[in-house]
Design a protein around this ligand. Structure first.
Ligand code: C2O
Ligand code: CU
Ligand code: CU
Length: 483
């Protein structure tokens, strides 16, 4: 306890830096929300996802150096269909190694796009993905060890929607009409309006926190929605920021899906917390036609355990309401075709402690603060080692994983599986938390139940890690086989 107090105090003292340089170029919020192009990916050749260096006008009139999959910043919306193969050629036209990781998908390790599958400039990686996942909103991004944070920051990320032809989705599902992807990221710009990735001391410890919120690559955009029920697919694609979303009029909305697919029934709420890499599909009723804004409370940088929240509000985007909906349901169904199943009793328990420092805490904290390239965070006292297998799991066995952290809160992610949260920070889960998840925000002792259905070998193991990307790059990651 004493140790934690000392560290929290140290960080809190450092947490009050001056704002060094504010942008002098106006951000001009209110541009229309960009709707990503859709790439339907089925079997056969011709689906090309080309990682490129881009020049994007994130601030109108100012070009920034960015990265993207097939476009200047971010990538197309990939649509996969359950039961079909998704064949995709990922080309690397950047100057550095990249990967394409299908975050949330159940595919064997050799198709997963983790750090072992990095490939260099001029190369193409052509996975054939058997799509064996319920309808869901997933994430794809580069995952090169030590470079994930900056590559994702520059734009190597996008959304995946999995469709399941076997289920009757009773929710709005007209893409770009009443069903919208919202990829939320915080970013910083220099005085001239160029994208900057400058961590500073706090960023090295707590992960990057930017001053502006982008949705689908636009600053505080505006979306015109039909007067009726609208589905918003929220993806927190930020490096480290936790959002606490709500609408300016305090209206109630319903969460209908979490990371791995639909919930058993819509969960009513007025605010929604999303940690990095978490997804939520929500249904908002705009039939009263009032124009509102989506905002987020500032959850305190890095989510210090037991730390104070500050009350600043971040503007995310605004909504205008047009004519009445001509498609989609008029009423929210009382229950949903969820796929959450009973995993049975666990045959094994594993424990994980996420360490903000591994080894000597004081010296590694100092390293982190002075910006040594190799930082020393870890899990269970060990920094990530690409040549070490940390856990071996058996295919088809149900396990209970207990996760806790030594100082900050962390979004813990597991590859190749969806899990069920049993307890979170020592409390039982609420109705919005009982669906399939692949990220859980660890705010105290947390337990998850998992059953792996895809293999991973020592050459291409699966990862578990903190999804604060700066922590992941600083070795808060481990790897495991499934055999
Ligand atoms: Cu979003 Cu290891 O992944
Ligand atoms: Cu992942
Ligand atoms: Cu972390």
């Amino acid at each position: 306890m004493k140790r934690r107090q000392f560290l929290s105090l140290g960080v809190a003292t450092l947490a009050a830096p001056a704002i060094i340089s504010r942008r002098t170029v106006a951000a001009e919020p209110g541009a229309p929300l960009p709707i990503p192009d859709v790439m339907e990916v089925g079997p056969g050749a011709g689906n090309i996802l080309s990682a490129i260096k881009g020049r994007a006008e994130l601030i109108p009139g100012v070009e920034s150096d960015t990265l993207g999959y097939g476009q200047d910043y971010l990538g197309p919306l990939l649509r996969f269909q359950r039961g079909r193969t998704a064949s995709i050629d990922v080309e690397n036209r950047t100057d550095d190694p990249i990967t394409a990781h299908w975050h949330g998908m159940h595919v064997p390790g050799y198709l997963d796009g983790g750090p072992q599958l990095a490939f260099g400039p001029g190369k193409t990686w052509s996975p054939e993905l058997p799509v064996d996942h319920p309808a869901a909103t997933l994430f794809y991004h580069s995952h090169v060890h030590g470079r994930t944070a900056e590559q994702v920051y520059r734009g190597l990320a996008g959304m995946i929607i999995i469709d399941d032809p076997e289920i009757d989705d009773p929710l709005p599902r007209d893409y770009g009409v009443n069903d919208f992807p919202l990829i939320v990221q915080d970013r910083s710009f220099d005085r001239s309006g160029r994208l900057t990735y400058d961590l500073g001391m706090m960023g090295r410890m707590q992960g990057f926190h930017g001053d502006d919120v982008l949705v689908n690559g636009a600053i505080r955009p505006k979306l015109t929605v039909p007067a009726g029920l609208v589905r918003l697919r929220l993806l927190n694609a930020s490096n480290a920021r936790i959002y606490d979303f709500n609408f300016t009029d305090g209206r109630q909305f319903h969460q209908v899906a979490s990371d791995g697919g639909l919930l058993p029934s819509p969960a009513a709420m007025v605010n929604l917390r999303l940690a990095p890499a978490e997804r939520a599909e929500i249904i908002v009723d705009f039939s009263d036609q009032s124009a509102i804004r989506l905002v987020s409370q500032n959850v305190g940088s890095g989510g210090m355990m037991g730390g104070g929240n500050n009350t600043a509000t971040l503007d995310v985007m605004s909504f205008d309401v047009g004519d009445a909906s001509t498609s989609g349901p008029v009423q929210l169904p009382g229950s949903l075709p969820a796929t959450v199943s009973d995993l049975g009793e666990p045959v094994r328990t594993r424990e994980f402690i996420l360490n903000i420092s591994s080894g000597n805490m004081i010296s590694s904290m100092l390293n982190n603060l002075i910006g040594q390239d190799r930082q020393t965070m870890g899990i269970n006292g060990e920094p990530y080692d690409m040549s070490r297998i940390d856990q071996q799991v058996q295919l088809g066995e149900t396990e209970l994983w207990r996760i806790n952290a030594d100082m900050m809160t962390h979004p813990f992610h597991v590859h190749g599986v969806s899990f069920q949260v049993v307890t979170m920070g020592g409390r039982a889960v609420n109705p919005a938390e009982i669906g399939w998840k692949d990220v859980v925000h660890v705010e105290g002792p947390t337990e998850i139940l998992l059953q792996f259905d895809k293999p991973a070998t020592i050459d291409t193991p699966f990862m578990y890690h903190c999804h604060i990307l700066e922590h992941e790059d600083a070795e808060m990651m481990g790897q495991f086989t499934v055999g």
